[in-house]
Ligand binder design. Structure first.
Ligand code: ZN
Length: 488
């Protein structure tokens, strides 16, 4: 039985003729079956183009194997360049194609056909490149847009896409009003604004601060031509394109100055202040650990990290862990701050006593009324007066305990600190102040590389209230921590 070797090659040609490898192989096998040939081997090249001159391993193997005959889908799958054809011709074998029938390469007429087909394929490829080059050149000379990808704010023909252009103009104004690029990017993400479509991502992508920044400083928006320097860097040319400017040049220049000002990025990053910023230090390099973030597959992870990047801890885990430790300390009656009583004025003691007395009185009044010792009228009057007084004294005490009466956090007793901690109005800054007072500097030993490494509370050391470490070890684990909170 005579044999045939099937050769197939992937093609991304969008000609419609470009059949997938599976279909090429299937139809070649059918041809072999019809003709009564046994398929001795199927060789497939995954290279995209035969014209790039790149080595095609399966093609090389095909030539070496000296097949009895070659079966392929079309001659252009097998060879695209004349030198390759000549190598096939040297084999003196028949080539059978699904799409074009048999090429009898054993006679001069058949070889002439094969050479002509290949020459035309080569010519076509070269023409295509030449046409593209001259079209680009012409458009560049005429100042017409020759964008590979639709820029945000524009249509491919250079007209404005008004919905996007309006967003950009608003962003220019926001930057001049002092808005952060990260804030603008966040607002766009939340509003569902997407980057422009690409072939692989027809739905566009999410906006990142760098994308927004790059968009705002692109000279295209004032109608100027640019030369791409690669890596997203564009040099402004002194020529205007034919497309509509999106923003006036004055606004553009002011925003450009602001966004390229040295220190601008630095200023933005120091705004990312965490609950523990200023309290955390790296055990390896002694450096302060600050918040930084990293985005992977669309998810943003925030870490406390030293500037040498030798030690990183998940921000949420540390914030929660230290918060819970502080709360457990403050809720434990056995915790006595060193300053206990020192800052507690007579006024606070008196107010606390008064609150106790008034709360008791409210209960007594109710009992007296139940036993009929007071008329309904008397009870109402007494009750109203007492609760009003209670509310007043409680308010005063609260103010004193939260330091609004002039007490700093280091002058508070345990209850005062607890009230301080729970006062939402103090916010993150107030809590940080209290944490600093409770723990002092917190040293973090490196916890190992990789996101799989679990945060381990035993790697934390407190400057003050060292015994808090023991407490911290016993505290119920933060729920949102990475991995097993027990850590061991
Ligand atoms: Zn470090």
């Amino acid at each position: 039985m005579s044999t045939a070797t099937i050769y197939a090659r992937i093609s991304l040609d969008a000609t419609g003729e470009g059949a997938g490898v599976e279909r090429q192989e299937r139809e070649c096998r059918e041809l072999c079956e019809r003709s009564g040939w046994e398929v001795s081997e199927v060789l497939v090249d995954n290279s995209i183009s035969a014209t790039s001159g790149k080595l095609r391993p399966a093609f090389e193997r095909l030539l070496e194997s000296k097949p009895e005959r070659i079966v392929c889908w079309h001659l252009d799958r097998l060879v695209r360049l004349t030198p390759e054809l000549e190598r096939v011709l040297e084999l003196s074998v028949d080539v059978h194609t699904v799409a074009g029938g048999k090429l009898d390469l054993s006679n001069p007429a058949g070889r002439a056909v094969a050479r002509t087909v290949t020459a035309w394929a080569t010519y076509e490829t070269e023409q295509k490149g030449e046409r593209q080059r001259s079209a680009h050149e012409q458009r560049r000379r005429q100042g017409r847009p020759f964008w590979v990808r639709r820029p945000f704010g524009y249509n491919m023909d250079g007209t404005l896409r008004e919905s996007e252009a309006a967003l950009l103009r608003r962003a220019y104004a926001q930057v001049l009003e002092g808005a952060s690029i990260a804030g603008i990017a966040r607002a766009w993400r939340e509003a569902g604004v997407r980057t422009t479509e690409t072939r692989n991502k027809p739905e566009g992508g999410e906006f990142r601060p760098t994308t927004v920044r790059g968009l705002l400083i692109h000279p295209r928006n004032i109608g100027k031509l640019t030369r791409s320097e690669g890596g997203g860097v564009h040099t402004e040319l002194d020529t205007y394109g034919t497309w509509a400017p999106l923003v006036d040049e004055d606004t553009f220049r002011r925003v450009e100055r602001e966004l390229t000002r040295p220190g601008r990025r630095q200023a933005a990053s120091t705004k990312r202040t965490g609950l523990l910023t200023g309290l955390l230090f790296c055990a390896s390099c002694d450096g302060a650990m600050r918040v930084f973030s990293q985005t992977q597959r669309g998810k943003t992870y925030r870490y406390y990290c030293c500037t040498k990047r030798c030690n990183a801890w998940p921000r949420e885990w540390l914030d929660e862990h230290l918060s819970e430790t502080a709360l457990a300390l403050l809720s434990s009656p056995s915790f006595h701050p060193a300053s206990e009583g020192e800052g507690i004025t007579e006024e606070v003691h008196a107010a606390r006593a008064e609150v106790e007395r008034l709360r008791g009185l409210v209960g007594e009044l109710l009992e007296d009324r139940r036993e009929g010792l007071l008329t309904r009228e008397q009870w109402r009057t007494e009750q109203a007066a007492t609760t009003a007084k209670l509310a007043e004294v409680e308010g005063k005490l609260e103010g004193l305990e939260r330091g609004r009466g002039g007490l700093a956090v280091d002058k508070l007793d345990r209850e005062g600190m607890l009230a301080w901690w729970q006062d939402r109005e103090r916010g993150q800054d107030g809590r940080r102040e209290l944490l600093r007072h409770l723990f002092g500097a917190i040293t973090c030993a490196p916890r190992g590389r990789g996101s799989k490494a679990k945060p381990d509370r035993s790697l934390l050391a407190f400057e003050r209230n060292g015994w808090a470490n023991d407490l911290a070890l016993r505290i119920i684990t933060p729920s949102t921590g990475e991995g097993d909170p027990e850590g061991e």
